[in-house]
Design a protein around this ligand. Sequence first.
Ligand code: ATP
Ligand code: MG
Length: 497
Amino acid sequence: MRTLLIVDDDRSVHLLLKSRVGADYTLLEALTVAQGHEIIATHPEIDAVVLDMQLPDGDGLDVLTAGLKRRPGLPFIVLTAHGSVQGAVEAMRAGAFDYAEKPLDLDHLSTTLRNALAQSDLRREVESLRETVRNTYGFDNAIGESRAMATVFRVIRQVINAKAPVLLTGESGTGKEVLARVIHFNSARKGQPFIAVNCAAIPEELLESELFGHEKGAFTGAQQRRLGKFEEARGGTVLLDEIGEMAPRLQAKLLRVLQEREFERVGSNSRIKLDARIIAATNRDLKVEIAEGRFREDLYYRLNVLTIAVPPLRDRKEDVPRLVHYFLGRVREREGTDIRSVTPEAMAVLQSHNWPGNVRELENTIFRAALIGDDSTISIDSLPPEMVDAYLAGPTPTVAGAVATAGAAPTLGAPTAPRGAAGVGAAGATVPRTLEEAEKAALEAAWARGGGNVSKVARELGISRATLYRKLRQYGLIVAGAGEGDEADAPPEIEPA
Ligand SMILES: Nc1ncnc2c1ncn2[C@@H]1O[C@H](COP(=O)(O)OP(=O)(O)OP(=O)(O)O)[C@@H](O)[C@H]1O
Ligand SMILES: [Mg+2]
């Protein structure tokens, strides 16, 4: 049954509504603004609200605005005194679904209620569809255009409906779980459950009954029969995550399950058919684990039939820009930020980083940058300073032109001096002896500070872009030919402020 909240100090309105719609709805009743606030806050099951505008302790409008903030889309039907157009207008502007004048026309009111509920149903349906889409992993949810990932996707397509287990290997954060979902949600099993079990997070005894289930009384504390994940996932897929950490005794049990495709609940002798696809994932090198006696070799051979090695992000840096934009989209969706771009310089920093934490680290970096940045663009100021410093201090990146910002020539290399070099006496420890050396040092420092932005550096040094280019070439800080368009004898340009 649907739940309707009535907020009105006039008890006759409650009685009237009860007699008319009491059979169709569970009614919650409030007489004041304060009660209205409280009931909305504590009853997430409310489907619609009938709200009087004039309440003894305040304005009904407050209940409306606070209620909508907490429950966007909750339909409010406001009751206004006869002829009080102003109140109705205000309520509609504040987001009410509709209004009704007092004295109440009950026929009209119950039609309005039905419409309101139809709308909120639709809204819920859309939300649940969105949720399904979010949890359903099409290939679109696994970003990767690099060659390395193209190979991964090709193999995935081949194994999607295979009977044998799939083994996903790769460093932490490379996307093993994402790919397991891609496999499941593109296979014939997609309508059935996908269940991930983290073998590392659960103690051995619990993991056993988690996977296989148990009978009532199988061990102390087993008060009920409980189905295991292998049974729950009937027709679907079980991801055995971090399989490298599974205890040896369970490894033996799992091996039997894979060989015989049958298992027993703990405390029972009857055999249950395994009807779940098994995907295993690990960030450990199972060969090493075998050599050191922590992983069963026979289980490894059972699992290592269809193996997919997910490459670390540092070996597929071409994927970084698409991933960055994908994550910006996700922050927008989740946090309501409105950041849609990344400066070329910040992107160059992101592409040059080594990403020991792989895609997960990149995802966290983007979420953080999007949340702390106050601009509509992510610049190096929103990135972790160590990451930016390492980039500025590091060798010239192979991605030529990646640092060039608007207006700078694409052939520019990265600045060579560390950021902050200017603060420690320009060229570091050595004190410049000639005027030329001093000029070069000042230039280098400004170049590093300006992050390769020609306009900015020229402005800082008080020279034209053309002069800056000439001097950068003269001191070998950029390749010859860069900035030809800004030749020294071109008429001096006027820099925009
Ligand atoms: N190709 C990808 N496209 C989009 N997002 C990705 C991709 N790969 C990884 N991610 C994101 O990065 C994060 C880490 O991915 P995932 O959990 O799949 O990694 P993992 O390999 O299972 O790591 P671990 O070994 O630590 O469990 C997730 O938030 C995931 O959404
Ligand atoms: Mg994982």
